[in-house]
Each structure stands twice: as structure tokens, then as C-alpha cells.
Design a protein around this ligand. Structure first.
Ligand code: GAR
Length: 189
């Protein structure tokens, strides 16, 4: 049984979708969630799903020692970043080498890096009149959004694409593909 922790800072729609997907799996289980924002909606989702939620500060993440103990307590094998907006410290990267996976709502390396998340990305994609956009799933390294790409899926923007329609398209792709790519990746490692 491979055990996952999901880290998120926002609404938690991907976190809930991943939990639902692996709910009946005997191979993969979400054992805990973690957030750095005490008002994030992901906390409500964890409560509803009955999954332990850990709230950490930026300093606790950077120190890592206490968080490492929590991850050990839950016997976490892999960490999934689903809208987690803090940088992963090097101590954590060393301990979970190639075991931290992030989803990003653009075709990296385009629209990656610090400050590039959620609506900021969609606005930039529209302003630059991109012909296509999509999602990227990648291993996490010491730089924002620069780790090895595991998977990308693209789509063509429509001529009247709006912020809302682009957000919806990306979210639909994320919901249908992220859990499947996690599953495939974990079994190919
Ligand atoms: C997702 O669209 C994810 O790709 C994005 O945040 C959203 C989280 O939504 N991640 C980034 O922008 C990372 N730079 P959720 O909390 O509803 O899953």
C-alpha cells in the first residue's frame, strides 16, 4: 500500500478528487492532508472526508523537523502538491527525492515560477493571446515549477476564451487526469 499526503493552500478540489479516486483502491491511500492557510477550504474537505489535516506555518515548513515527524507518523511515501503555494525546502526534497509531485495549470515552462498560480496564469495566457494552454504534472525540485515533467495535456483556446471558460477547461482536465497520472507514476517508479 502506497501512502499519500496531499498539500494544498486553497479550495482543495483536486485534493477531494484524488481522495475520491483512491477511495476504494487497495494499492494507494490518502493518509493525511496539509495546508499552510488556516482558512483554506481544503480544511473543510478533509473534515468531510475524515482525513487528518495538519496546519503548518511557513517557518515550520522551512524547519521541516516537526513536519518530518508527522509524515513519518503517517508513514507517508509520496507527497502530492495540489495548489500548494509555498516553496518546498531542500531538507524535504532530500528526504522525498522524486516522491513529490505537483500539478501546474499551464504548459510549463510557460507561465511557471514565483507568483504564477491560479488566475494570474490564466490572465497572462489570455493577455498574451496564446493559441494553446493546458496542464503540467511534474516532480518537484528546488526551483518553482522546474522539476522533471511527468505529463502534459494541451487544448486549443477558442477565439472568445474568457477567464471563466479557461479556468473551467483547466479544472476539468485536472479533475479527469491528475489522479490517473499519480497512479501511473507511482507504479512505474
Ligand atoms: C489548481 O488549478 C492547480 O493546478 C493550481 O492551483 C489550483 C488549486 O485548486 N496550482 C498552481 O497554480 C501551482 N502553481 P484546488 O485547490 O481547487 O485543487
Amino acid at each position: 500500500m502506497k501512502k499519500l499526503a496531499i498539500f494544498g493552500s486553497g479550495a482543495g478540489s483536486n485534493a477531494e478528487n484524488i481522495c475520491d479516486y483512491f477511495n476504494k483502491s487497495s494499492d494507494i491511500k490518502v493518509v493525511m492532508m496539509c495546508t499552510n492557510r488556516k482558512n483554506a477550504f481544503i480544511i473543510e474537505r478533509a473534515k468531510k472526508l475524515n482525513i487528518p489535516m495538519v496546519i503548518i506555518s511557513k517557518t515550520e515548513l522551512e524547519n521541516f523537523d516537526d513536519l518530518a515527524k508527522i509524515l513519518e507518523k503517517y508513514k507517508v511515501d509520496y507527497i502530492i502538491l495540489a495548489g500548494f503555494l509555498l516553496k518546498i525546502p531542500s531538507k524535504m526534497l532530500e528526504k522525498y527525492q522524486n516522491k513529490i509531485i505537483n500539478i501546474h495549470p499551464s504548459l510549463l515552462p510557460k507561465y511557471g515560477g514565483k507568483g504564477m498560480y491560479g488566475k494570474n496564469i490564466y490572465k497572462a495566457v489570455l493577455e498574451n493571446k496564446e493559441v494553446e494552454s493546458g496542464i503540467s504534472i511534474h516532480f518537484v525540485n528546488q526551483n518553482y515549477d522546474e522539476g522533471e515533467i511527468i505529463f502534459q495535456e494541451s487544448f486549443i483556446l477558442s477565439p472568445d476564451e474568457s477567464l471563466n471558460s479557461l479556468t473551467t477547461k483547466v479544472h476539468e482536465l485536472e479533475q479527469s487526469l491528475f489522479p490517473k497520472i499519480i497512479e501511473k507514476t507511482l507504479f512505474s517508479l
